[in-house]
Design a protein around this ligand. Structure first.
Ligand code: MUC
Ligand code: MG
Length: 378
């Protein structure tokens, strides 16, 4: 049933520039702000859907930047999308995937906006379009990444006291491994019995460094080690698994979704998969990655590209449909930013995110804020 009102009429993109609450230090970049790409798709009947594509540190995390994502959508995807029926996201995404290789972040933003519209048309949350929920809340980790051990401990204390987070991820890999281990051990000691401590190396180590650092980190109490070496080094990751009592998680290795997931599974190169809708190229592909992981006996984790509220909610809508998310999530992106574009911010309480249950993504965008934070107009 092709209603004229369901045809897509407009596709717009905005790059928003929003400062972070403090410097956020990763091995690949130090962030003082985040640049979010927001896609807004409108049907002839006036239904509006939003999607987000956000990466970290310009081109330092992956080969899509906010600017390339915007250009890809404006110049290549928009004309394919316009005139299509909004009731068929799968058909639109198939057209886009046939025309464009890679560009996973841009594809994800478009698919999210299409699902937001479809949910609004159906009067159902996106989670219900993906099969329905098995939970309404998700545990959320916080990243301690000020670059200063004492400040990180103070920040962690405040998070525990506010009952906002009791899982902390530490960003390491920029310094000599012995300094990193000392930093992590001090924080693990401070929170022993109160919080789960994990690390993310963002691909910084070679095998020699990883072989020294990983047993020391496990000894300090670290439970999960994320992407210690290059994502392409699957043989190395398998070797690290065999010497580590802490779980090894694939993150950057999963850029591209189901294909790299298959290689990781074949190579037995991870204990845990970090599910990111941006790296998978969409909600559906990311759910496929999750199912592949479960079938192979791997554990799951809900990852973030430090997206704002739109991307965070989209990920959450997918994650609540999964039977098991053993390691929780890190869906704290909106809390790292000084400003939000929602009329009503997301609810974080009791160490968890409450996933919106209204139609579509279940969030309402403040168009004035969207305009105000758009680059060049602020
Ligand atoms: C990453 O590599 O996982 C997620 C949390 C955080 O602090 O940085 C990110 C990206
Ligand atoms: Mg990571």
């Amino acid at each position: 049933n092709m209603e004229h009102g369901d045809l897509i009429e407009r596709v717009e993109t905005h790059i928003l520039r929003i400062p972070t609450i403090r410097a956020h230090k990763l091995s690949v970049a130090t962030m003082q702000e985040q640049r979010l790409v927001i896609v807004k798709i409108t049907t002839a009947g006036g239904v509006v859907g939003y999607g987000e594509a956000t990466t970290i540190g310009g081109l330092s995390y992956t080969d899509e930047s906010p600017d390339s994502i915007q250009l890809t959508i404006d110049l290549y995807f928009a004309d394919l999308i316009k005139g299509c029926s909004a009731t068929r996201p799968a058909e639109i995404m198939a057209k886009i995937r046939k025309m464009a290789v890679g560009n996973y972040f841009a594809k994800n933003a478009v698919e999210t906006a299409l699902f937001d519209i479809l949910g609004k048309l159906a009067g159902l949350p996106v989670s219900e379009l993906l099969g329905g929920r098995v939970r309404n809340t998700l545990p959320v980790a916080w990243t301690l990444a000020s670059g200063d051990t004492a400040k990180d401990i103070e920040e962690g204390r405040a998070m525990l006291k506010a009952r906002r987070h009791n899982i902390f991820k530490l960003k390491i890999g920029a310094r000599a491994w012995r300094e990193d281990v000392a930093h992590v051990a001090a924080i693990a000691d401070a929170f022993r019995g109160e919080a789960d401590i994990r690390v993310d190396v963002n691909q910084a180590w070679d095998m020699t460094t990883a072989r020294c650092a990983i047993p020391a980190l496990a000894e300090a109490g670290v439970t999960l080690i994320e992407q210690p070496m290059k994502g392409t080094n699957l043989d190395g990751a398998r070797e690290l698994r065999s010497i580590s009592s802490a779980a090894i998680m694939a993150d950057e290795a999963l850029r591209g979704g189901v294909s790299p997931a298959l290689e990781i599974i074949k190579a037995r190169a991870a204990d845990v998969l970090s599910l990111k809708i941006a790296q998978a190229g969409g909600l559906f592909s990311c759910r496929d990655v999750a199912q592949m992981g479960l079938a192979a006996g791997l554990e799951l984790y809900g990852g973030t590209m430090l997206e704002g509220s739109v991307g965070t909610t989209a990920t959450a809508q997918m994650l609540v449909t999964l039977p098991q998310i053993t390691w929780g999530t890190e869906l704290f992106g909106p809390l790292l930013l000084t400003e939000d574009i929602l009329t009503k911010p997301l609810t974080y309480k009791d160490f968890a995110l409450v996933v919106p249950d209204g139609p579509g993504l279940g969030v309402e965008i403040n168009d004035a804020a969207l305009g105000a934070f758009t680059e060049g107009k602020g």
